[in-house]
Design a protein around this ligand. Structure first.
Ligand SMILES: Nc1nc2c(ncn2[C@@H]2O[C@H](COP(=O)(O)OP(=O)(O)O)[C@@H](O)[C@H]2O)c(=O)[nH]1
Ligand SMILES: Nc1ncnc2c1ncn2[C@@H]1O[C@H](COP(=O)(O)OP(=O)(O)O)[C@@H](O)[C@H]1O
Length: 222
């Protein structure tokens, strides 16, 4: 599968390998808020992977922006036709990442942001190896997690209970991730995310072959 990407298109002539940035957390820890903050910064130049889901749409959500809301039948069709890069059942609903938009963005040398669970993270890591950077977001306490879910007031009592019941199982997966952040202060966590992105983008392994050409030019200067 052609998931590794080279950024051949930037006018400056420097080529950098694209990366896949995955954010995961138990429900309510803050990944949607952090994703929104990352996307509001055009200079970060991130493309969001928009998942398909069989979950009902929340009142705050917009079709095609937050998710594509689809039927179970359509989900099974996409999955069986190999149209999903990864998929998982989470809190009793099915979620999946459409393959084509991700491949297209990576082929254009763009970095892609994913808000997916640990099961999907494992599948993407198995397929794309070192081009994947994974970050797990923890809540400062279980009490705060519960009150964030209640304050968000977007889910039924039953849906909140199911999310809290799954939280411990999700939290135990933190070791699967490259980075772990505790989202106490939202602005601080955002700054930490940007720092990780900046550092990962600068890794030598992602600079080839662009940096080789740049170094050649440097060394040829009189
Ligand atoms: N594997 C996988 N998980 C997803 C995908 N989209 C969303 N999720 C995860 O599904 C879980 C539930 O998401 P959502 O219903 O939006 O609820 P929220 O986490 O409470 O905002 C979260 O852990 C998401 O990261 C996807 O395409 N694939
Ligand atoms: N650091 C934080 N401090 C206080 N409230 C937060 C913080 N991060 C997120 N929230 C709030 O908690 C709720 C859940 O956050 P959200 O981003 O929807 O979580 P997730 O996508 O992980 O389920 C939202 O109402 C959000 O505004």
């Amino acid at each position: 599968m052609a998931l590794a990407a080279h950024n051949d298109t930037d006018g400056g002539g420097l080529k950098r390998r694209g990366l896949m940035l995955i954010l995961s957390s138990p429900s309510g820890a803050g990944k949607t808020s952090l994703t929104r903050m990352l996307l509001q910064r055009p200079e970060l130049d991130l493309t969001l992977s928009i998942s398909v889901t069989t979950r009902p749409r929340r009142s705050s959500e917009v079709e095609g922006i937050h998710y594509e809301f689809i039927t179970h039948k359509r989900f099974e069709q996409l999955r069986d036709e190999g149209e999903l890069l990864e998929w998982a059942e989470v809190h009793g609903n099915c979620y999946g990442t459409p393959r084509e938009p991700v491949e297209r963005a990576l082929a254009q040398g763009r970095d892609v942001l994913f808000d997916i669970d640990y099961q999907g993270t494992q599948q993407v890591k198995a397929k794309a190896g070192e081009d994947v950077v994974t970050i797990f977001i923890l809540p400062p306490s279980m009490k705060e997690l519960k009150s964030r879910l209640e304050r968000r007031a977007e889910d039924s009592g039953e849906a909140i209970a199911s999310r809290l019941a799954n939280a411990a199982n999700e939290i135990r997966r933190w070791r699967l991730y490259d980075y772990v952040l505790i989202n106490d202060d939202l602005q601080k966590t955002f700054r930490e995310l940007v720092a990780i992105l900046t550092a990962e983008r600068s890794r030598a392994v992602r600079q080839t072959p662009g940096i080789e050409a740049f170094v050649e030019t440097l060394l040829s200067e009189k």
